[in-house]
Write a protein that binds this ligand. Sequence first.
Ligand code: PLP
Length: 394
Amino acid sequence: MRRREFAMPEGIYLDGNSLGVMPHAAHARVQERLEQWKTQAALGWEGWFGLAESLSPSVARLVGAQPHEVIATGSITANLHALLSTLYRPEGERRVIVATALDFPTDLYALAAWAERGGGTLRLVPSRDGHTLHPEDLQAALKDDVALALFPTVLYRSGQRLDVAGLTRSAHAAGALIGWDAAHSIGAMPHDFHAAGADFAVWCHYKYVNAGPGAPGGLYLHERWHHLTPSLPGWWGNDKGNQFEMTPGYRKASGAGAYQMGTPSILALAALEGALSIFDTLELSEVRARSLVLTDHLIHLADQYLPEMNVVTPRLHTERGGHVSLSHPNARALSVALRNLGVVPDYREPDILRLAPVALYTTEAELEEVVRLLRNLLDSGEHLTIDLAGSKVT
Ligand SMILES: Cc1ncc(COP(=O)(O)O)c(C=O)c1O
């Protein structure tokens, strides 16, 4: 779709749901900002001061929000703590936080810590098959003792996509707040957090948005909560108009920007700036359409040529995100063997090979070649000769 705008590494790259490849625009923006640092030093702050806020219109487009409802800052973990510290308000019997047994661990660490601090408990929606969540189980967890729920938009292992609008309605009907971890959907499909009425969301920009390793994360806070004062304030979340008056009292910025804490990394924001410039020129519905063409193709190839690998990603378009997960008892060895052959897949314990065809740069021919290589490996048993001791698979 836009392959020429990326520095494609050698071989076949199917790990864009872990770390997206470098857009040339990101490289160029970082170089520009480096040059400004070199030539202007502290005077550069004149142009850098409102950099995160200046990206909000582009970020808001990705998540379906108003620009003042989002900010590029922190990381998923840090943003989750910042939002939970403010939004989790246990009262009487309503103290439970709901998440799922299949969530990315950092979310669970943060949620468990805040539940404990608030005298509540963390209720995990169980999985019936170890890969996916059943809609009835998600609904059943949203009882009237729930103060707050956090769900993933797309599950990081299986790629199952949840119903943001429906579950947001259910949480609100139960009297709970609801937030979303959009790490595995942002940049791969459109979102509509504001219209869905979601209370908050967190995500990273290093996967499908391609803003680089450790890129600033993102947070969304519905404007209905903008009257709240962040419980973990910092001077970067102060109203920009009087931040440098250096008064002892914190005067929060008017929107989601209030949840910034300390001085942001301008070089990291520069890479995000470049990465977002590509999305500014794209319709997210077209990104999603291309992603579905690629994942349909990959699932079809896997069904046809890799019958011993089980596609654990749901089949329906409405129920899956941007990657395809194949389970196999030797998934780890297969992942290492593929790397030795110049393919970068991604492995998740205990038996999942995750393959992410990215709408912006993956081709059908690459998917066909990877399936051919996997077939050869399974037939030859070559992967079984790999010494896995010490091999690090990320
Ligand atoms: C769903 C999900 N949440 C959170 C994270 C990581 O959070 P952080 O950006 O704070 O490292 C990841 C990382 O891959 C993830 O997939």
